[in-house]
Design a protein around this ligand. Structure first.
Ligand SMILES: [Zn+2]
Length: 218
């Protein structure tokens, strides 16, 4: 698994000296060593990406009653169990690698995902960029009601007890469906990881489905 980079021709020697390699088929530079990803941020698709999700990404799906139209609508949260997280906050090196078989971590407040994935999430799950109701200047990837289109927010786990992702019990977790999307390349996301007690319960009790969506374009 590798991360594809946007290296301008004039900077190729610099990228190469840091460890990047050339993929002639894709005509792109890439980096495979996850311990080096943080050194390549200036060649990311989005300079503000603070997570690189590796190997697979999960779409955690639940149902919620729409506060406007009263009908039940699906709502999702992206999640990952293997990722590189960037930030001085996490370690002296400026990154940390998280890999787990026993939990998956939800990702909130998403401001960037690769275009191909964004298109799929909009079409399949009504998950697309909308403006926050509290702060009209803040836009992020949010759920929208399947029936009336109203924005449902992306459910801040710790602050919204009525969120279907606020999981306290085996029964809560059993109502959740988890779509596993296998990734041909590692992908960038701008957002934040929300660790909680739900993470292990989702792995233990939720229903996992292999999702056929393939990110064959990037
Ligand atoms: Zn509605």
């Amino acid at each position: 698994m590798s991360l594809l980079l946007n290296v301008p021709y004039t900077e190729k020697e610099q990228a190469k000296s840091l460890g990047a390699r050339w993929n002639p088929k894709l005509k792109k530079w890439y980096i495979s060593d996850k311990n080096l990803y943080h050194k390549f941020k200036k060649w990311f698709s989005n300079i503000d990406s603070d997570i690189v999700v590796c190997k697979q990404i999960y779409v955690v799906e639940a149902e919620r009653k729409c506060f406007r139209c009263g009908q039940n609508t699906p709502v999702i949260s992206l999640a990952a169990d293997y990722y590189v997280l960037f930030g001085e906050f996490f370690s002296d090196e400026g990154y940390v690698i998280s890999k787990s078989n026993t939990e998956i971590n939800l990702i909130e407040g998403i401001e960037f995902v690769p275009d191909v994935l964004a298109g799929y999430l909009k079409e399949r799950f009504n998950f697309y960029v909308g403006f926050s109701k509290q702060n009209k200047k803040y836009k992020y990837y949010a759920n929208h009601c399947k029936h009336c289109g109203v924005i449902h927010g992306d459910f801040y786990l710790h602050s919204q007890p009525d969120s279907p992702f606020f999981i306290w019990s085996k029964e809560d977790a059993q109502k959740i469906r988890v779509h596993k999307i296998t990734l041909p390349y590692d992908i960038e996301i701008a957002g934040s990881v929300a660790w909680s007690d739900a993470d292990e319960m989702i792995v233990a009790y939720s229903q996992f489905i292999d999702n056929p969506f393939m990110m064959d374009k990037y």
